[in-house]
Design a protein around this ligand. Sequence first.
Ligand code: PBG
Length: 329
Amino acid sequence: MQFPEYRPRRMRKNENFRRMIRETTLSVDDFMYPLFVVSGKGIKKPIASMPGNYQMSIDQLVKEVKTAKEAGIPAVLLFGIPDRKDEVASGAFARDGLMQRAVREIKSKVPDILVVTDVCLCEYTSHGHCGMIEKGEVDNDSTLEVLAETAVSHGRAGADMVAPSAMMDGQIGVIREGLDEAGFEAIPIMAYAAKYASCFYGPFRDAAESAPQFGDRKSYQMDPANSDEAIREIALDVAEGADIIMVKPALAYLDVIRRAREEFDLPIAAYNVSGEFAMIKAAAQLGWLDGQRAMMEVLTSIKRAGTDIIITYFALEAAKVLNGSKSTA
Ligand code: PBG
């Protein structure tokens, strides 16, 4: 096809032509909405670097989940921020822990929205690492049983799906085994399969009070320069029983999402992380970008790359746009 026989502009002439040939359509069905829970009552504390997002006590959280459900969002992803942290992350798997109580409360008060739980230890450890520390290092195999116990405790509380994000080798296998042994063979696992050691988690670590107190996460999260390794990580999680595979962050890793889409036939989730959210919000606040259009463009790009599920702090705002109009442009 060559000019002047093919004139691509013909099909861009007006919105009806554009709608007709649009390849990617965002939908509220695509979204998973991350939320942060703290203890207490009546608390809805704004997170400075994530405008429109809050640390919420369970009563406020329930209200937010209702709003999400009314907007048509199919799932929320919960992060617990406990009052007390210790060396061994006891709060992560406590029967009456914050996350466990939050899940129970949402399940009893807001029927018909999926409650997905982050399975990690960094919010619960005094040192802020995602695993057990032995001889100054994050120890893989002793962390595995704690992760499995945490996932099972979420299952007991009524979680619809668990999302392990600690990036320990073998975590999906032991969690699958743990869930099955406890009778939760019907609970799926959304595996943070290719999770990079990214600076874009900065605002989240403020929100979740989970920054490592020494060192960094580079010995367990992936090197941003690697993409073949992402394929190996994902293959491992698939072999261990993942039901959904995730790439995280999303925007700086759209090529990894695309490769994953081409090489695997499982549903793919992408996490549009806190820093990706914050940079659009910041630019919009400065008047440097049209925040709403930037949001829709970015979310569309993540879907176009090959994603089925977009985990995003924009979920509620984008749902409002989608529910209010047909055009995403
Ligand atoms: C770890 C976890 C992190 C995020 C989700 N789960 C932070 C980290 O690995 O340091 C980041 C999410 C975001 O930035 O939005 N439990």
